[in-house]
Design a protein around this ligand. Structure first.
Ligand SMILES: CC(C)(COP(=O)(O)OP(=O)(O)OC[C@H]1O[C@@H](n2cnc3c(N)ncnc32)[C@H](O)[C@@H]1OP(=O)(O)O)[C@@H](O)C(=O)NCCC(=O)NCCS
Length: 156
């Protein structure tokens, strides 16, 4: 079992989180998406300076650390979950569940009554297990490649 802690984001995590972001897409994405879809999705991973600006814009960000960052999740002030990524070596070990539970507790403490997200196929399976409802499938085009995700919500 993976030994890890969940803690708030620190700016010095940024480079490691950009790597978690990229390798999560490249190695876990192919479970559900074609090579072309994974490539266009991974090409959208922001570089460290852009990612740091996003993660310090007032949202809450929690990091799972196991010697180094192995996953992260964010919560925007309106209840939107924008990012949830874990490294392939900890996928399926409960790290993402622990990140999500920390986020839900923080959301409840701030009085939020609704969480929502646009979930990939893998994240859709994950969020259904956390009590989310699928609202609708979103089909769209990224640089000429058709790809899809699902709008999901959970009432708290
Ligand atoms: C979406 C994503 C974060 C979900 O992560 P995950 O690996 O399914 O989630 P966890 O690490 O919490 O693992 C959950 C599994 O571990 C199991 N598990 C093992 N030990 C556990 C523990 N102590 N506590 C809870 N669950 C545990 C659970 O039973 C569950 O198994 P199941 O899926 O067979 O039901 C991950 O697949 C990912 O990073 N995907 C690629 C990127 C992506 O799509 N991100 C979302 C963008 S919208």
């Amino acid at each position: 079992m993976t030994d890890y802690t969940i803690r708030p984001f620190m700016p010095e995590d940024t480079e490691a989180l950009a790597e978690v972001f990229r390798c999560s897409i490249e190695e876990l994405g192919p479970r559900d998406y074609s090579a072309a879809q994974v490539a266009v999705w991974a090409s959208r991973v922001p570089d460290a300076s852009v990612l740091q600006a996003r993660l310090t814009d007032g949202r809450k960000v929690f990091v799972a650390e196991s010697g180094k960052p192995v996953g992260f999740i964010d919560l925007e002030p309106d209840g939107h979950i924008d990012l949830l990524y874990v490294t392939p070596d900890v996928a399926g070990t409960g790290v993402a569940v622990a990140l999500y539970k920390t986020l839900e507790q923080a959301a409840r403490q701030t009085g939020l009554t609704r969480l929502y997200t646009e979930a990939s196929e893998g994240a859709r399976r994950f969020f259904l297990k956390q009590g989310f409802t699928e609202l609708h499938r979103r089909d769209f085009d990224l640089s000429g490649i058709k790809i899809h995700n699902y709008t999901m919500e959970k009432r708290l």
